[in-house]
Design a protein around this ligand. Structure first.
Ligand SMILES: N[C@@H]1[C@@H](O)[C@H](O)[C@@H](COP(=O)(O)O)O[C@@H]1O
Length: 383
């Protein structure tokens, strides 16, 4: 498991959105080989979605060959209700990017046969080849999707009764009235999340610090269903400093030092997504490794793909899926299905990799970690 710690929720959102963009662009999805993405609701991912919309509008990513599966949905809440997860996903992401309607999958909490609806969802996930990347959040009680404490760690998509703590936590979306919060939901299972080829969780806030500690420092336990990520071969948690409050200092220093040492020994340019390593840095010019003195980390400019790299990756997607993998940027903009083509870059209210100013001052736990992808976040909700 990888734990990436950033200063605050904005930096977490920015890191996560960048990661998703790079994963999709490196995958080079085509019609025959789409990228299958699992997505959460909740307040935590909202800013991630703003960034993804921004990347799309800048032409840095295309969702044309991306298939999405939302994690969960309330039972009995009309889809048109502003707090339905269907409305949420449309409001924050789906209505603003070039997903094909047939590639958007959401659970129907008003289906006549809820069990059949859950089975349909599982079948559909299998039919498209499984989920490549499952992005998730957690509740303060450590639930992932709506897999409340005590959920089977092998569970699949099903109807779930919500824990009182979750109803309380979500009452804020229903005018603070717990009576208005649906008590049942459809949710992908813990096993559904585990089956994804990669899991990326975003966890922010002191109110989730106990859950993060249970997830990382204790054993796999159905009372903290997020802890199942310990069993996943490719799991990453991106959290903020507040969420680390219940972790041992040693744990925090360990994960921060991994990031720092990797950059020193390997060089950020050689660390692939999912933590893969292409080669070691050619030399250790300072010769300082082992002395306990870590050199400054790389600057923002070396962090992952530049905007133009990402844009090129998008443009390289094989539009017609014939396997040749090469299309011109004109083809990238063409829209045989009538979707909106990537728009011009919006005004300077949104960030780009190039205008991020590195801030390496964070030293909360005594280990300096490069924060070079700390965001200049969008000003306000762009929608
Ligand atoms: N079912 C959702 C979860 O999928 C989500 O992770 C959680 C966290 O929400 P927030 O990000 O608002 O804390 O909320 C709900 O319970």
């Amino acid at each position: 498991m990888r734990l990436i710690i950033r200063d605050d929720p904005k930096a977490v959102a920015y890191y996560t959105a960048n990661y998703v963009r790079q994963r999709i662009n490196e995958f080079k999805p085509t019609r025959k080989r789409p990228f299958v993405l699992g997505l959460p609701t909740g307040s935590t991912p909202v800013e991630v979605y703003w960034h993804l919309v921004d990347y799309y509008k800048r032409g840095e990513i295309s969702f044309r060959h991306v298939i999405t599966f939302s994690m969960d949905e309330y039972v009995g809440l009309p889809r048109s209700h502003p707090e339905s997860y269907c409305a949420f996903m449309r409001r924050h992401l789906y209505d603003h990017i070039n997903l094909r309607p047939e590639n958007v999958h959401m659970l129907d909490g008003n289906a006549d046969d809820l069990a059949a609806e859950c089975q349909r969802y599982e079948d559909k996930i299998k039919e498209v080849g499984g989920i490549e990347l499952f992005l998730g959040g957690i509740g303060p009680d450590g639930h992932i999707a709506f897999n409340e404490p005590g959920s089977s760690l092998e569970s699949v998509t099903r109807v779930k009764t919500l824990a009182y703590e979750t109803v309380l936590a979500n009452a804020r979306f229903f005018g603070g009235d717990v009576n208005k919060v649906p008590k049942l939901a459809l949710t992908v299972g813990v096993g559904t999340v585990r089956a994804a080829r990669e899991v990326l969780l975003i966890i922010t806030g002191a109110h989730k610090a106990v859950a993060l500690a249970k997830c990382i420092e204790e054993g796999v336990n159905h009372m903290w269903t997020v802890s199942v990520v310990q069993l996943h071969p490719s799991a990453m948690i991106v959290c903020d400093e507040d969420a680390t409050l219940e972790l041992h200092v040693k744990t925090v220093r360990y994960f921060k030092s991994i990031e720092q040492v990797q950059e020193q020994l390997i060089g950020r340019q050689h660390i692939g997504l999912k933590g893969s390593i292409s080669k070691l840095a050619s030399s250790d010019p300072s010769g300082s490794f082992g002395s306990g003195v870590l050199p400054p980390v790389a600057s923002a400019a070396t962090n992952g793909s530049s905007s133009s790299d990402a844009s090129q990756s998008s443009a390289d997607q094989d539009e017609d899926g014939d396997g040749d993998g090469s299309v011109s940027s004109q083809q990238f903009s063409d829209d045989e299905y009538g979707d909106a083509a990537p728009a011009a870059a919006p005004a300077a209210s949104t960030p780009s990799a190039s205008n991020i100013v590195a801030d390496s001052s964070s030293d909360t736990h005594g280990v300096r970690v490069d924060d070079s992808i700390a965001p200049a976040a969008p000003v306000g909700n762009p929608f």
